[in-house]
Ligand binder design. Structure first.
Ligand code: SF4
Length: 467
């Protein structure tokens, strides 16, 4: 009999019952909420006179709307203040623990979950945010959900879901210097397409993934959703348990020993059955840059922009739309594309290791004249660690602005926005039209080190030239 994958084991362990339509009523171990997708869910709960079923399994923070210049209260934007007050009131009324800016533990929901040890292997995790797939880095099955599902989880701690198929993606060999986890996931999405993962959970494996730190695995899993996958995960190993040891919500003593044994047990069996398998060679992956309007439209920094005439018929319209929006020309090199803004941060690449790599590049020069460059830690804890290591000084001396923790310019639901047709070299995860706050703004996704290199040169630059 073939072995079982982690997805199958975690799914079965959390199944309350199979529903007549073939879906599963799945128990959710951890529910993370934030200020944008929870207010309506709490309102619906109030209308239905229902309590939060498991407040001790629900944790809140504020990230999307929080300004990064100054977080003193009341917030300068009255609408943002209102949303924050609503979240505080909802949490206080229902017994949900909230990490606000005064807690010292606030940050982007997908950064603080792992940091606090809330995210653990073998869990089912839900959050009203697309990039909940991030938490799969720990061997959790983690889904982004909509507002009505947030209500359902608050009320019942369950979700109705179809079990995804599992595609194993092996990244073999080794990465070259200057190639990062961001480049790996961009290469995967380029290969499989932005809709290639529909109906699948992605299991990331192989020597490149095994050699990654937890922060790198978080970057990879974060963008599973950009490849269309329902979730993405890495099987738990020593790297996973060593990261978790001693964190606030992680068990101690005998309970730790039992937890580690359970975590190991839920990893995919050798010889597990997969619905599909894919292999990529790590050595073939270059520092990558998106040039279009979805994350699959990316190329190596040393490549030229694709020609629509060479594309498959089905892909041609989206390439033409991308060229029209981006104002780039087919056949030109992507290196040398001028930028106006550089953004280092987000739940993809706002962790301490990201800031360290970017600082390594920032030391090499000064931000180019006319470029606005921002560094935004993913959480208050990341910010404190960066201060302890002297990173803000390095960035400031190079001409970057150092900010407070939040989502910042990833989605621009706060004052950090592009203006007009500005081009932004960004370490975030989405390059959709208008994503960064200006309806005509243009986003080039890349690793934090590549963003730093672009900031110094004022144009898309191969970071390997600076390292
Ligand atoms: S950093 Fe961006 S993708 Fe991540 S939670 Fe915030 S807005 Fe969403």
């Amino acid at each position: 009999m073939p072995g079982r994958s982690l997805l199958d084991k975690v799914w079965d362990a959390h199944t309350v019952r199979e529903l007549p339509g073939g879906q599963t009523q799945l128990f959710i171990g951890l529910h993370l909420i934030h200020e944008v997708t929870s207010p309506q869910a709490f309102a619906m709960l109030r209308e239905m006179k229902l309590p939060v079923r498991f407040p001790e399994r629900t944790f809140a923070t504020v990230d999307h709307i929080i300004p990064t210049h100054s977080q003193s209260r009341p917030l300068a934007d009255s609408l943002a203040e209102e949303m924050l007050v609503a979240l505080e009131r909802n949490c206080a009324d229902t017994g949900v623990r909230m990490y606000d800016t005064a807690s010292g533990k606030q940050g982007i929901v997908h950064v603080i979950g792992p940091e606090l040890g809330l995210t653990q292997p073998g869990m089912t995790i839900a959050c009203g945010d697309s990039h909940t797939s991030t938490h799969g880095a720990f061997g959790a099955v983690a889904f982004g959900i909509g507002t009505s599902q947030v209500r359902d989880v608050l009320a019942t701690q369950c979700l109705t879901l179809a079990r995804p198929q599992v595609r194993r993606i092996d990244v073999t060999g080794k990465l070259a210097p200057g190639v990062y986890a961001k480049d790996v996931i961009l290469a995967i999405i380029r290969r499989l397409g932005v809709k290639g993962g529909v109906g699948y959970a992605y299991e990331y494996a192989g020597p490149v993934i095994a050699a990654m730190s937890m922060e790198e695995r978080l970057t990879v899993c974060n963008m599973s959703i950009e490849g269309g996958a329902r979730c993405g995960y890495v099987n738990p190993d020593d790297t996973t348990s060593e990261y978790l040891r001693g964190r606030e919500f992680v068990p101690t003593g005998d309970a730790w020993t039992r937890a580690v044994a359970w975590w190991r047990g839920i990893a995919s069996d050798p010889g597990a059955r997969y619905d599909d398998t894919v292999e990529l060679a790590g050595a073939d992956i270059a520092p990558s840059v998106t040039w279009g309007i979805n994350p699959g439209q990316n190329i190596g920094v040393d490549e030229r922009l694709p020609r629509p005439a060479d594309a498959a018929d089905a892909d041609r319209p989206s390439l033409e739309e991308a060229y029209q929006y981006m104002g780039l020309a087919p056949g030109e090199p992507i290196a040398g594309t001028p930028i106006d803004v550089a953004f280092i941060g987000s739940c993809t690449n706002g962790r301490i290791s990201d800031l360290r790599e970017a600082a390594r590049v920032a030391r090499r020069g000064r931000v180019a004249p006319g470029v606005r460059a921002l560094v935004v830690p993913g959480s208050q804890a990341v910010g404190r660690q960066a201060v302890a290591e002297g990173l803000p000084e390095i960035f400031r001396e190079a001409g970057f602005q150092w900010r407070e923790a939040g989502c910042s310019m990833c989605l621009a639901m706060n004052p950090d926005k592009l203006v007009g047709r500005e081009v932004c070299a960004s370490s975030s995860n989405r390059n959709f039209k208008g994503r960064q706050g200006s309806p005509t703004g243009r986003t080039l996704l890349m690793s934090p080190a590549m963003v730093a290199a672009a900031a110094l040169r004022g144009e898309v630059t191969d970071v390997r030239e600076l390292l």
